[in-house]
Design a protein around this ligand. Sequence first.
Ligand code: AMP
Ligand code: MG
Length: 524
Amino acid sequence: MNLNIKDTFNKILPADPDKNNTRRQVHESAFSFVTPRNPSDPQLVHASEEVAELVGLSKADITTKSFLEAFSGRKVLEGTAPYAMCYGGHQFGNWAGQLGDGRAINLTEIIHEDKRWSLQLKGAGATPYSRNADGLAVLRSSVREHLCSEAMYHLGVPTSRSLSLMLTGDQVLRDMLYDGNSAYEKGAVVCRVAPSFIRFGSFQIFASRQEVETMQKLVDYTIETHFPDIKEKGVEGYLQFFSEVAQRTLDMVIHWQRVGFVHGVMNTDNMSIHGITIDYGPYGWLEGYDHGWTPNTTDRGAKRYRYGQQPQVALWNLFQLANALYPLINEVKPLESILERYKVNYQKQSLQMMKDKLGLVLSDEGDGNLIGRLQEVLHQTETDMTIFFRNLANVPRDMKIEENAEFLNPVKDAFYQPEELKGVVLEAWKKWFGLYLKRLQKEEQPDEERRVKMNKSNPKYVLRNYMAQLAIDAADKGDFSIVEELYSLLKMPYAEQKEAEKWFVKRPEWARHKVGCSMLSCSS
Ligand code: AMP
Ligand code: MG
């Protein structure tokens, strides 16, 4: 196994001088050196050949002992110095102070084909930032992170990747529902891969402690290493940097809305400076189209991180980042106008994204209304988001709307309660389809052309919550075949995969209220 190791973060930025692995507040340092924990009996569950290739490893490398040792935490790679990053964050709207990599350990950075990648273990033991927790991860959450990172990538959503998923051979105690019922679960480690794991909170921690000089070092490093197109120095460069982060964050969230992904914990410590999805925890996928849905049981009261709120929360988080960067900029106006531009671009991009989902190419002043009306009617009876949009592409534009519900046949598989398709609900659908068909007739594109285009925006396969749970239940018994099957399936989420029709169905009723399928906690 031969990696092109090129560490910078732990060489250029200020290190915590204390090398002991004791829990503490760490000042004026970007990270602390720490050695991963040696697992008692590591076993490879699954590795992504594609991510291996990305970092310069071959298919053969994956099966070697050195791969197992490096990515389970057993052995430190030669020429590297693993570390945990210091960061803070706003959790559920409140400043939480120092958080940091409590159970993530950065192994190294590598360069392959001119691209820099950071390799990070999640679940490899305690660090100075572990506070009162153990630094470990369980199989359940690790399967979810491994499969979802790769599924998101193939959906075209900016995301961290996942190289490998391993069992540690150790047992981990978890109170999954925070209800006093702790139980042992299998421990696991995932190796995640991203340009870096720098977060909004990485800057916030220094701003909160008035360690402006250290923050400036981190900003300068981030721009030089990861935003090389920004040539300006000083205030102008910092503003460009913030503007770029804002735009990338918006692009990411628009993709989330498009595919129905709900992150679940959009705290500022979980927001990547690269605008990629990171920290897969109690995330979920919309099944019934519902702006008010959140997968995270911890957020069930306020629903701060519900689907419909994600673009606004991202903006709120950017506001916090602007506050942190302010001491380097000392001007409010230009920061405000970047945040204003987010709002304007959000309106534009959101409209475009919905038009793509509906197969509309031309501009029409009624499009905003058409989309708004659709969102209303989708909420009237539980309608599966993925199936509805995917099958909408099969509606012929010369379809006739009769008195009965037959016109809904192309999308009928999307309805969880078909018996509700009568009275006012049926009327609302009739009206909406009337508008939609009229609108389609203004387009020049033939049905087939529109179908092909729509199918590029509307995935056929996503990692439904119950699908991940089936993979977890089997993996827990030592059967990794569903992990493998879903990994392969989700590599081509937009393709018709005839042999995989069983995964293109509504959430089964048994999963409606099942833990892990509709209810997820932060316990992982
Ligand atoms: P999260 O909500 O998963 O992003 O985690 C918030 C903070 O808690 C981060 O600083 C994590 O590193 C830390 N954390 C979460 N789980 C653990 C754990 N099992 N052990 C130590 N730290 C943890
Ligand atoms: Mg996190």
